[in-house]
Design a protein around this ligand. Structure first.
Ligand SMILES: NC(=O)c1ccc[n+]([C@@H]2O[C@H](COP(=O)([O-])OP(=O)(O)OC[C@H]3O[C@@H](n4cnc5c(N)ncnc54)[C@H](OP(=O)(O)O)[C@@H]3O)[C@@H](O)[C@H]2O)c1
Length: 334
């Protein structure tokens, strides 16, 4: 791999600024905060900014970058754009990075372009590796369960990816507690343990507390919640309306304006608790996710270096009193 870069990572990046947490009972540790590439790295985004975010993340000790085949827009463009940056700026640091990708959602037309068949998953992984310009990913996920494909086939495709040397570990995402339990057991029988589950989890979305976290803890499987800031709702982004450059303000953003309106009173109430903790709302929301014993890492998004730097400050105040947790529960369940 060539390396014509002016980027020189901060030599102090492993000085303890970022705590690394063991992923389940595996040998792999992940940074407490990981960076996701769903938004902000596609063809419609400012790629100078995208590159700055990747550099700053690595300097802050964020060693885990999370992709999927369909991230963009257009689908695939996040892997293409960042593949170039990985090659030019990070090729000397490949062994310091945990890079994941996924397949499950629609990626190409025809009967083999989505869901969970062996045909789709292994073809998609080959495509992701080409776009990312990598020989292997560290983690390959089934992005969502497929109600029409036998779970054995989907899990078998993940195991094959490892046997082919195209993935070091495998994971599942958006699987219910019951399906996760079955998937974990099938993978175990195949000799390829499930490393990690990637569910949505944040102050507004607590479904994993109803059984999944117990299953993950009992089986030694890690957990990396996505959208821990509820796509930006759990920050100060929307306190004075919907900025044009925000996810809810952009046409291609996945956050609906209506969601902002529905949640704004709760967001303000949560902010007042964060203030008493002398923490930003985003920091409190991330600390809250990281307090959960099954959670290995919080998988954030960031549209600027400033957001990344703000979010990392959560690590300075991770503890909650019982009173704070009760007050938070009361607000979110109202
Ligand atoms: N497995 C799955 O099905 C699945 C689904 C979704 C996501 N994911 C993964 O999870 C990652 C994170 O998801 P997400 O982007 O929804 O996470 P998130 O951390 O909940 O939201 C990130 C967005 O919040 C805003 N933000 C972040 N920090 C901020 C701060 N300090 N102050 C103000 N605003 C802030 C930014 O939006 P603005 O654009 O408004 O600045 C940013 O893009 C994705 O990139 C992807 O890797 C996986």
């Amino acid at each position: 791999m060539s390396n014509n870069t002016s980027y020189h990572p901060d030599p102090e990046r492993y000085d303890g600024r970022m705590p690394y947490r063991r992923c389940g009972n595996s040998g792999l540790k992940l940074p407490s905060i990981s960076l996701g590439f769903w938004h902000n790295f596609g063809d419609l985004d400012d790629l100078v900014q995208s590159k700055r975010i990747m550099h700053r993340a690595f300097d802050l000790g964020i060693t885990h970058f999370d992709f999927a085949n369909n991230y963009g827009p257009p689908a695939g463009s996040a892997e293409i754009n960042c593949g170039k940056i990985l090659k030019s700026d990070f090729s000397n640091h490949r062994d310091e990075l945990v890079i994941s990708s996924k397949a499950g959602y629609h990626m190409w037309d025809g009967p083999y372009g989505e869901w969970g068949s062996r045909k789709y998953l292994l073809s998609s992984l080959n495509q992701s590796l080409k776009r990312l310009q990598l020989d292997y990913v560290d983690i390959f996920y089934s992005h969502r369960p497929d109600p029409e494909t036998p779970l054995e086939e989907t899990m078998g495709a993940l195991a094959t990816a490892v046997q082919q040397g195209k993935a070091l570990y495998v994971g599942i995402s958006n699987y219910s507690a019951e399906l996760a339990d079955s998937a974990i057991s099938i993978l175990k029988d195949m000799g390829v343990p499930c490393l990690i589950h990637q569910p949505k989890y944040n102050l507004f979305e607590r479904w994993i507390e109803g059984g999944l976290t117990d299953i993950l803890l009992a089986n030694g499987v890690g957990c990396i919640p996505f959208s821990p800031l509820a796509q930006g709702l759990l920050t100060e982004r929307y306190l004075d309306g919907i900025p044009a450059d925000s996810r809810a303000g952009k046409e291609h953003g996945y956050l609906q304006k209506s969601e902002v309106k529905i949640k704004i009173d709760k967001i303000r109430a949560l902010k007042s608790i964060a203030e008493k903790r002398e923490q930003s709302l985003a920091n409190m929301a991330l600390a809250w996710v990281l307090r959960q014993p099954s959670v290995t890492s919080a998988l954030i998004g960031a549209s600027s270096v400033e957001q990344l730097e703000d979010n990392i400050q959560c690590l300075n105040q991770l503890e909650f009193t019982a009173g704070e947790l009760a007050a938070i529960d009361q607000i979110v369940s109202a």
